[in-house]
Design a protein around this ligand. Structure first.
Ligand SMILES: *Cc1c(COP(=O)(O)O)cnc(C)c1O
Length: 392
């Protein structure tokens, strides 16, 4: 066992906040630096041919700043190992190549993140991978979408985007495993603070660390966290062989973000609850979609598998698309923009923005829907901003 592994095992027994701050990096033995340096180096001096100091030979294969991030993410998701990538989609593509072959089949959510759907539909399908889709909330539909023998992965998101549908991770892991498939959970919306899929039976966790993990809207990145050594071996080989790795500065920013993940997710959840309370009683709002609401169809499952319900809220307005667009335009503190999970509140119109490409398909979202990524500003200011935008 290496020094670093011993260190991570020690932190494995500690609480989430302690792991978020310490796991993956030991203060530098020569300088004492408490935070890992940004190792902006492509290569490493060898002490004689093959004499590697600390195991590094070339930064695609390994870089100490990236190693620190990967150790931290593995500890937070309680996985065997983590791997950091240039983006969430780069992580997804690497995972598919590592675990599937042309002719294999995967099941994806019928409301998968748009980029994930495009990856499977346009890129992996051209390579020979087949896919079917099912709503993650319907266990029988997921079971029916599996092709015995051919399905290698059951791939879910929970909560999904933008309708915040909830999938039962434990039950879906059993369904996947019964069919000889693995369960992959895209944990981007919940983050490891709110939900740890590997502890519920999932085999692989996918992150767009661009969102809550990074948390400051200043870096694009992705990650895979795996449950066992055999999958780790395959993913590690493909990370190096395909090369879509996180650069050292991106890894550093993401690690810096993760240190405050627990605090941020608590405040995101507090503020979302305040916003939900305001929207539910507003006469211009016809429906509020939030897994924390008892009337949300996934509430019971979410309450079981999530620590809290997070910062994403969707709602529908009485005045149809015109009002939904006007609310997006009039909001001031809620910045009009795509993406999510940063400290600043964002507002968007899924029908015209993030989900414009699925118009006319089964994935089409209601035109009167507005999606919020509730940030960590003063809750009263957020409520006042939405009140003004709705009054207009
Ligand atoms: C953003 C996102 C992705 C894609 O990640 P990128 O970092 O943009 O490549 C995948 N899944 C979900 C749920 C996302 O929100």
């Amino acid at each position: 066992m290496s020094e670093q592994q011993r260190h991570d095992t020690e932190y494995g027994k500690t609480g989430f906040e302690t792991r978020a701050i310490h796991a993956g990096y030991e203060p530098d033995p020569t300088t004492g630096a408490v935070i890992p340096p940004i190792y902006a180096t492509s290569t490493y001096k060898q002490d004689g041919v093959g004499g590697l100091r600390g195991g590094y030979e070339y930064s695609r294969s390994g870089n100490p700043t990236r190693t620190a991030l990967e150790g931290n993410l593995a500890a937070l998701e309680e996985g065997e190992r983590a791997f950091a990538f240039a983006s969430g989609l780069a992580a997804e593509d690497t995972l598919v190549r590592a675990l599937c072959r042309p002719g294999d089949h995967v099941v994806i959510p019928d409301d998968a993140y748009g980029g994930t759907f495009r990856l499977f539909d346009k890129v992996e399908r051209a390579w020979g991978l087949e896919y079917g889709s099912a709503p993650v909330s319907d266990i029988d539909a997921v079971r029916a979408a599996i092709r015995p023998g051919a399905t290698k992965l059951v791939w879910i998101e929970t909560p999904t985007n933008p309708m915040l549908t909830i999938g039962d991770i434990e039950a879906l892991a059993a369904v996947a495993h019964d069919a000889g498939a693995l369960l992959v959970v895209d944990n981007t919306f919940a983050s490891p603070y709110l939900q740890q899929p590997l502890t519920l039976g999932a085999d692989v966790v996918v992150h767009s660390t661009t969102k809550y993990c990074g948390g400051h809207s200043d870096v694009v990145g992705g990650a895979l966290v795996v449950r066992d050594a055999e999958i780790a071996e395959k993913v590690g080989f493909h990370q190096n062989a395909m090369g879509a790795v996180a650069g050292p500065f991106d890894a550093w920013l993401t690690l810096r973000g993760l240190k405050t993940l627990a605090l941020r997710m608590e405040r995101h959840s507090d503020n979302a609850e305040r916003v939900v309370e305001f929207l539910t009683s507003h006469p211009q709002v016809t429906e509020v979609v939030y897994p924390g609401l008892p009337e949300h169809p996934g509430h019971a499952v979410a309450a079981r598998q999530m620590r809290r319900f997070g910062g994403m809220v969707s709602f529908r307005v009485a005045g149809g698309e015109a009002q939904a667009l006007a609310v997006c335009d009039r909001a001031r503190i809620f910045t009009l923009g795509e993406s999510l999970g940063g400290v600043e509140s964002l507002i968007e119109h899924p029908g015209r923005m993030t989900h414009a490409s699925v118009a006319g398909t089964d994935l089409e979202v209601p035109a009167d829907l507005v999606r919020l990524s509730v940030g960590i500003e003063t809750a009263d200011d957020l409520v006042a901003d939405l009140a003004a935008a709705l009054e207009g």
